[in-house]
Write a protein that binds this ligand. Structure first.
Ligand SMILES: [Zn+2]
Length: 313
């Protein structure tokens, strides 16, 4: 169904938290492009949803705002379904081009976060300052570091529509991953929010959640959240660990507590975060506290030896 404020050639496939939204563009009667493709576990569903929305059009281009597993996990399956790399190209942020084409899982985030993606190659890249033609419209590309140093956002100046990835949601933004290991990220996040405000979008299509139009209110919330994290970086680290653990629960739905702990203790980003913010603590203690936090928030529940996913109201 068309969403007010969005050009008719732009279609949002709203997903959940495990899979980011996909944004589909009808380039003309015959072809379509898509921005972001969800998590690998949902790849078949993504292919089906894109096919249904496209009708008889052919998918000729896949573009990623950034290469987190929940944004590029359907790239390989969608490209294969479209007839392979000769029919459908993949475009990634310039900062990730080399790592993708070497499929360097250490440089990409999948190994460190203990998440998965199906391998793919990119035909080209986009960078801040570029213009991209999608859905018959010209989209300007802006850098959006903070959540991810290589992340990009896309802005359509006539319709004033912003595709924000995880740089701005209606209620917050993605975990500022560099800060979890003591590297700078808060300042970049602040600057990215500034860039978004200066664009004055009439409508934001976020990476997660429905498109929204009260952008000023979302910026107030984002800045207040950022300030709280800057005041207490440990709080942000704790939040980041909960997000990573919740992502596992969303995948598994229910998992043996010991298996979940083993995953936690093996994920490089988790152990680095624990060493950075809880240097005197065993990782298993950090795991227990992280899990307790999720249970208290209603995002997980314990059932005998199992940890089960739970949906907060
Ligand atoms: Zn992300």
């Amino acid at each position: 169904m068309p969403i007010p404020f969005l050009p008719l050639s732009v279609h949002v496939l709203e997903r959940g938290w495990l899979s980011a939204n996909s944004i589909l563009f009808f380039d003309d009667d015959d072809t379509a492009s898509v921005v972001d493709t969800g998590y690998v576990l949902h790849a078949a569903q993504t292919v089906a949803l894109v096919r249904l929305a496209m009708g008889s059009r052919k998918l000729t281009r896949i573009v990623n705002t950034h290469l987190h597993s929940d944004h590029c996990g359907g790239n390989a399956a969608l490209q294969a379904a479209a007839g392979g790399a000769a029919c459908c190209t993949i475009t990634v942020p310039v900062g990730e081009l080399q790592a993708v084409n070497a499929w360097d899982e250490d440089a990409l985030s999948f190994r460190a976060t203990g998440q998965h993606a199906a391998g793919f190659s990119a035909a080209d890249s986009i960078a801040a300052g570029d213009t991209l033609c999608l859905g018959g419209l010209r989209w300007r590309v802006y850098a959006a570091p903070g959540h991810d140093p290589h992340a990009l956002i896309l802005f359509q100046p006539e319709a004033r529509v912003l595709i924000s990835g995880d740089a701005l949601w209606e209620h917050g933004f993605g975990v500022i991953f560099p800060e979890m290991v003591g590297e700078a990220g808060f300042g970049a996040t602040r600057e990215t929010l500034q860039v978004i405000e200066a664009l004055e979008p009439a409508c934001v299509i976020p990476g997660h959640g429905a498109p929204f139009v009260d952008v000023a209110a979302s910026l107030v919330r984002a800045r207040s959240r950022l300030r709280a994290f800057e005041d207490d970086p440990k709080r942000h680290a704790r939040h980041g660990l909960r997000v990573l653990l919740k992502f596992q629960l969303l995948q598994q739905q229910s998992i043996d507590r010991e298996a979940l702990q083993a995953w936690f203790e093996a994920a490089d980003l988790v152990t680095r975060t624990a060493r950075c913010f809880w240097p005197g603590c065993k990782v298993r203690t950090v795991f227990s506290e992280t899990l307790d936090g999720l249970v208290l928030a209603g995002a997980a529940r314990l059932d005998a030896g199992l940890v089960c996913n739970a949906e907060t109201a």
